[in-house]
Design a protein around this ligand. Sequence first.
Ligand code: PEP
Ligand code: CO
Length: 449
Amino acid sequence: MNNNWTPSSWQAFPAVQQPQWPDNGALDTALKQIATFPPLVFAGEARSLQTALGQVASGNAFLLQAGDCAESFEEFSAVNIREKLRVILQMAVMLTYSMGVPVVKVGRIAGQFAKPRSNNTETINGVELPVFRGHMVNDPSAHAEARIPNPDRLVQAYHQAASTLNLVRAFTKGGFADLNRVHAWNQEFVAQSAEGKRYEDVASEIERALAFMRACGIDTETNTALHQVDVYTSHEALILGYEEALTRQDSLTGGWYDCSAHMLWIGERTRQLDGAHVEFLRGVGNPIGCKIGKTTDVDYVLSLCETLNPARIPGRLTLISRMGANDVEEALRPLLRAVRDAGHPVVWACDPMHGNTYSAPNGRKTRHLEDIVKEITGFVKAHRAENTWPGGIHIELTGENVTECLGGSEGLGNDDLDTRYETVCDPRLNGRQSIDLAFRVAELIRSNN
Ligand code: PEP
Ligand code: CO
């Protein structure tokens, strides 16, 4: 790999997982249009996130990255965005309160519209169809025409990302995220559950702490840290033409930033060292992530760190392990050791979702909350053994009361999956399961064994 990076230099490298657009002229028109649109985020915000992630890399903060597997053009509403944000805020406040460290909040939101797939086709009711690749590319309806990649969807994805981000900014800065509302975040269906009650108890303690601060003469009214939060955006940088079209030169520093989101990550299927995705992301100034599965070896990880973060900037690179509950401890330890010994300041995050997915008897893709907890347990144990910091979690969730993942205090089982299975891709934790998980993660990180 040479150093002559440009926003389009990825085009000279093999790019896997790209759609077969039927009309290159139409694709070109869509991308040229997007290139004229305003950036969705500002480079300075991406730098703030990198600074915050630098604190995670040094063991002084924790990363919560969470949201849909795939955002949907159909499930697009204020309520949907608000509920997702609400559960992320609830998880973050529980983690912060129990662990006593800042929680860096990054949504899989406002741009998570493209999916890598293991197969190019899928068979539905005996008919073989091109696979669904996310709403940014095609439509999931089960007929061949719907599955044809349509570049107008790239433009629609930009607009949906823009209005989602607008609402996220409004909610997080305009009062919804005020810590005085910590009780109000608890949704009806969550409040009735055991973990909802546990949440209420902690929320009451936080309220007492705020009252205590006021009684001591601390001005809680004007301190913005109590009334606003930073929620950053992220998605998998998969469709490289789209990412290139939103890559802009920062007027302050002269550096290039992918202004489609604050943070971008490379998936398990697109992380080839000599591939287009690594080439593209190595040149943008945003903080970036890379998923690593259980077959990842030491040489690969060290080369990846050198390629993506040669200047060794803390917070620049997040390695997101997704190894499966049974394999994570053993597979992760040599990587932690090697990266630590090489002096690379990475954030280590655990994606306990993608290594624990299987099909239920009715054919629904699902995951069990206990496998998710088990993978995080193995992740934390590996870090304890290597004296490194288990920096965060990467979760697929929704604030809604869906029935996509099994387990949790309501004991969701196989027979419940059909009740409310709404995801357009992988199964997500619902609001209760997410709060439950936050408590259990906080306990794992806090305990010293
Ligand atoms: C995802 O995050 O939805 C995903 C596809 O993950 P991975 O690349 O780890 O399989
Ligand atoms: Co997924």
